[in-house]
Design a protein around this ligand. Structure first.
Ligand SMILES: C[S@@+](CC[C@H](N)C(=O)[O-])C[C@H]1O[C@@H](n2cnc3c(N)ncnc32)[C@H](O)[C@@H]1O
Length: 239
């Protein structure tokens, strides 16, 4: 099941309307708060001489950090505009970006054929994917890692809905960066916690380690508190 034209257009228009300013996308936090602590959890399980592929890399902020920890880093995203952002931001850094839809099984297989069994980093992609496309996104993780790579997947949990509701219910309306997400028809924290576990298992992925965390956002509640969205991380192996 591929993504719908509407979903694709929503992401394309979101990224076309996003400037190159650091942190303009609400999830675009400093890697010191995300890919760096995630790497501490992931590196004991991963062969860093293998490539890391950042699935749904957005503007590539986390991918650029991963390039400092792995032999080679490749970021892929559904949105052409996101990939253009990522390439501009790379500014000569040793990192590659490619437009790719994770639900396009042929394209995912071709990427695996090109790179061999690789490591995967995937931050906050399944939780907002269209329900019918989620299994294909999980299957893409399994395809890219093959038998030798490992994956680090981190997804918003249902606890995020309460935090998002608090932000949305603010008498002054949701903060601007969050409003822009909703205005583009994007649906954060739409997947249930059990569903994510089931999708990973059905893709043949085995959980080597997991735990709770938050994904710090670049936006704040009216009381000045940073929006930190509850999330769960998984280190995964294939078959
Ligand atoms: C919430 S953003 C997270 C971006 C990035 N992973 C990060 O943490 O900064 C989700 C990203 O997934 C991408 N995406 C959504 N569905 C996708 C798909 N089917 N294939 C590839 N990328 C996808 C979107 O374009 C968007 O950039």
């Amino acid at each position: 099941m591929n993504v719908s034209d509407n979903y694709r257009d929503n992401w394309e228009s979101y990224w076309r309307g996003t400037s190159d300013a650091t942190g303009e996308a609400i999830w675009d936090c400093d890697p010191a708060l995300s890919a760096e602590p995630h790497s501490k959890l992931f590196l004991p399980h991963a062969d860093t001489t293998r490539t890391i592929v950042d699935l749904g890399c957005g503007n590539g902020t986390q991918t650029r950090y991963l390039a400092t920890r792995f032999a080679r880093a490749v970021g892929v995203d559904l949105s052409h505009a996101a990939i253009e952002h990522a390439r501009r931001a790379a500014d000569g850094a040793p990192v590659e970006f490619q437009q790719l839809d994770l639900t396009d099984t042929g394209a995912v297989k071709a990427l695996h054929d090109r790179l061999g069994d690789s490591n995967v980093y995937m931050r906050a992609v399944i939780h907002q994917s269209e329900p019918a496309a989620r299994a294909a996104v999980a299957a893409a993780v399994a395809e890219i890692i093959g038998s030798e790579g490992r994956a680090f997947v981190v997804e918003l949990t249902s606890g995020s809905r309460d935090v998002l509701k608090r932000a949305t219910d603010d008498p002054e309306g949701p903060p601007a960066k969050l409003r822009r997400v909703f205005d583009h028809g994007l649906k954060p924290a739409d997947a249930d916690d059990q569903e994510i576990l089931r999708l990973l298992a059905e893709a043949g992925l085995q959980v080597l380690a997991d735990g709770e965390t938050t994904l710090p956002q670049t936006e704040y509640l009216a009381d000045g508190t940073r929006i930190d969205l509850p999330a769960r991380w998984f280190v995964l192996a294939g078959k």
